[in-house]
Design a protein around this ligand. Structure first.
Ligand code: UDP
Length: 234
């Protein structure tokens, strides 16, 4: 048994690209997939939101219309979810991709009821396409879907092992928080998720666990609260 029953795992787009930094790296994704299989086999219900940074960073574009640029980013998140869902299927798992808009018969349109039904059938549900609107992020989509589908916690897998009081890349004295409250995250503007997402979690009382994806068995350990990350309580 895992400590949490229904979780939303948030991965960055870069988590799919390994050392390459862009696109997909099958070996990297398979390692994550094996851990997801393990926790689903233990009875967890798993939802996944993936960013799009391995293909597109809408916000870094200076000359483009923001809405168009964000739409490209949103489509990148759909490709990422389709890819990872397929990798899960190659190791014998069931997975479905839901989007907030129609993508022909490639994805299913978002529905809380159908998502919960899939979860109860040991199917991993990907929420791709963000919120479906520009000016939002996949962090906000993750918070929204986790709240809507009544998750116990968001597991925020990052390329850093928790939340720090300053950037450890530029400040060697930066210190890591073992625990924080959502109010502290919002008041101190800590770089956990974007502010919209943090405020939603604070208002709806949804805890978060921030940890480094690269640590061995990180997802499995996070599911038992046995990880050296930052636990963000309500
Ligand atoms: N995006 C968007 N609306 C959403 C979610 C995402 O417009 O509801 C865009 C976002 O602006 C970005 C891209 O989709 O360009 C990828 O999302 P994000 O930046 O959150 O992914 P990451 O960079 O963390 O991998």
């Amino acid at each position: 048994m895992t400590k949490y029953k229904r979780i939303l795992l948030k991965l960055s787009g870069e988590a799919l690209s390994g050392d390459k930094g862009t696109g997909f790296d099958e070996e990297t994704v398979l390692k994550v997939a094996e851990q997801i299989k393990h926790i689903v086999d233990q009875g967890a219900e798993v939802e996944i939101v993936i960013g799009g940074g391995n293909f597109w960073r809408g916000r870094s574009s200076q000359n483009m219309d923001r809405t168009k640029s964000d739409q490209i980013g949103v489509m990148a998140t759909v490709m990422n979810a389709l890819y990872m869902a397929e990798i899960l299927r190659t190791i014998g798992m069931k997975a479905v991709v839901q989007t907030p808009f129609k993508v022909g018969n490639v994805t299913e349109e978002f529905s809380k009821d159908r998502a919960l039904e899939h979860l109860s059938n040991n199917t991993v549900v990907f929420f791709a396409g963000g919120t479906g609107h520009p000016y939002f992020s996949t962090d906000t989509a993750a918070a929204l879907r986790a709240i809507e589908t009544e998750c116990d916690i968001i597991l925020l897998a990052k390329n850093i092992d928790g939340v720090y009081d300053s950037d450890p890349k530029t400040n060697k004295n930066a210190s890591k928080f073992d625990t924080l409250t959502l109010t502290e995250v919002v008041e101190k503007r800590l770089q956990v998720m974007d502010l919209t997402a943090s405020i939603m979690c604070m208002e709806q009382e949804l805890p978060l666990l921030v940890f480094a994806l690269s640590e061995k068995d990180s997802i499995k350990n996070a599911m038992q609260d046995k990880i050296n990350g930052t636990f963000i309580t309500i």
